[in-house]
Design a protein around this ligand. Structure first.
Ligand code: TMP
Length: 237
């Protein structure tokens, strides 16, 4: 598949067209952003680590029956994916309280959430990705109720698969964000799953191993991502 013109440059990935209208190439860059793009830094190896991390997780999810846009890892930084119509609603599951939930509801970080909570955010940088609900998503035409039902079912399934995977490797999957798209009338998992879009803590020490290390200036950001990958047995070379 031939890489063609740049279609879109996101905060961490660039999206290229290919000579096949059904496929795109994603290029994972080293750019690391936080606070809705207010702070951006280059972190060496991040693009490569996230590309390989994402490829491994997407393949595991696919084996578990979750259809994903992942087709083939093309190089250290590039992946071939299905071209989808993206649904502009992000799905967040929280197994433990952290981040914006703690700020919004005045909770203690680390409180176990039983059952896990499920939240939706409207993907809009200018508005700062506000939290929304299913009713608004339908009213404003972002997704149909049937699509939202399927997104929730798939997100719950992803949580079951990945919580178990991280637990077995001595880590806690605190929360994560997924994005879905429509490919040939099916709801398919898109974007990426990497430590950029989830929270992962060490089970014993509660050490943060995700992008909160960047947001909170804790240092050793990519070293932590690599530690997670090593513990999960993800090859990074
Ligand atoms: P939050 O606590 O900031 O709402 O984020 C919850 C989880 O979802 C956290 O793992 C980060 C992830 N997330 C993103 O990666 N991008 C987003 O735009 C949002 C809203 C959340």
């Amino acid at each position: 598949m031939q890489k063609q013109q740049l279609l879109y440059k996101g905060k961490a990935k660039s999206v290229y067209e290919t000579d096949n209208a059904d496929y795109l190439i994603l290029h994972f860059r080293d750019d690391t952003s936080a606070f809705n793009g207010e702070r951006v830094e280059q972190l060496a190896r991040k693009g490569q680590v996230n590309n390989k991390f994402n490829a491994y997780i997407m393949q595991k999810l696919s084996e578990a029956g979750v259809e994903t846009h992942f087709e083939e890892q093309l190089s250290h930084n590039e992946v071939l994916v299905k071209r989808m119509d993206m649904i502009p609603v992000e799905c967040v599951v929280r197994n433990y309280a952290a981040g914006s939930l703690v700020r919004r509801l005045g909770l203690e970080e680390g409180e176990k959430l039983t059952p896990p909570t499920y939240e939706l955010f409207y993907k809009d940088d200018a508005l700062g990705d506000p939290m929304v609900n299913e009713s608004q998503s339908v009213t404003f035409g972002w997704a149909t109720q049937a699509q939202l039902d399927e997104m929730r079912r798939l997100t719950t399934q992803v949580n079951d698969v990945l919580s178990e995977m991280f637990d077995s490797a001595g880590m806690i999957l605190v929360d994560f964000k997924l994005e879905f798209g429509v490919f040939k009338d099916r709801i398919v998992l898109g974007d990426e799953f990497s430590p950029d879009g989830c929270r992962i803590w060490d089970k014993e020490t509660k050490k943060k191993l995700d992008k909160d290390r960047f947001r909170q200036s804790l240092g050793d950001v990519i070293e932590a991502y690599e530690e997670v990958a090593n513990r999960l047995g993800i090859p990074l070379d």
